[in-house]
Design a protein around this ligand. Sequence first.
Ligand SMILES: *Cc1c(COP(=O)(O)O)cnc(C)c1O
Length: 391
Amino acid sequence: MEPELQIGRRILLGPGPSDVHPRVLRAMSMPLVGHLDPEFVALMERVKRMLREVFRTKNRLTLPLSATGSAGMEAVMVNLLEPGDTAVIGVAGVFGGRMAEVARRAGAEVTQIEVPWGEVIEPARFASALATLASQGKPARLAAVVHAETSTGACQPLEEIGRIAREHGALFVVDAVTSLAGRPLEIDAWGVDACYSGTQKCLSCPPGLSPVTFSDAAVERIRGRSRPVQSWYLDLSLLEQYWGDSRVYHHTAPITMNYALHESLRVVLEEGLERRFERHRRNHEALVAGLEALGLEMAVAAQHRLPMLNAVRVPEATDEAAVRARLLERHGIEIGAGLGPWKGRVWRIGLMGESSTPQNVLLVLAALGEAMGAVTTGDALAAAEQVLARP
Ligand SMILES: *Cc1c(COP(=O)(O)O)cnc(C)c1O
């Protein structure tokens, strides 16, 4: 017989998954019930209510899809787009690029607005792309952007793009996989029509569900489609019936994952969104102070940095993979490597959800300093502690 599963303890400071609260793990060991059991149905309602609070929306169509964040992305695109539609999509890293690819596969003609990695997109570029499409008689169905681009650590401002999309009659789509519950996100106030997230980033739940929310305008768009959604599994008009009052069987919801999400949302709301954002911001600033004291350079300009994902340049002549391996083997710490054009050039240090703690900031600074062969890490720890001690 194969041996019993033994998994080592890790401190997850990469681009996700993040550390999971013990209460969430405990919730996952609750007895299994059926996916139409009254107790599970009651839980579904509470999950929807809590998701609305976290998304800051009144959207009725708010629910967790039974799949990871990429399925949220796919669901938004295949439900809102039909072959021949036009879409304007911002591409500032891997996930913007993935959005554009998913939209193209849904049959849309995609105008990509590209910026170099680590930068954010000027809202005016959305205005001119939307105006161009309108002047060609092909007004865009949607404008989409990634809020927290996890491949670069840059935060895309949303409000202005939301206003521009609305002016042009385009639905505003936002990827909030990494930003939700880690930094401010206002679905209703910022005019976001469709938004998807994931459980394993700042919600600190295991991967497996993708919270999504759709405005009335987005729902109207789905109802007004001329042909059924190509994906049966991700068809919101069917999912709405299972997650809504009629409870029509669609697929078997991952019961245990929903226990986990329920508890993680309770943990988030117990802390309070504002306090949670502040915690992420402070720990990020402490980490940056420490990294700079180690002589490292951040890859994103200060005003665009995400609090939950810190991209830091790998110094010349450093074997970046060896440093990550040492962190993992010696300290049990996972950090992320660079992707695409940043492969081999940056480390991505995540401070997401439960992983965003002062202890982890000090731990990763000490471990990174040690792994890079720094003579002393004392200055880095002192710099971080100075930020953490601020009132
Ligand atoms: C992680 C991530 C995704 C994909 O989520 P999965 O759960 O890995 O499918 C999409 N967008 C962003 C910004 C992400 O960080």
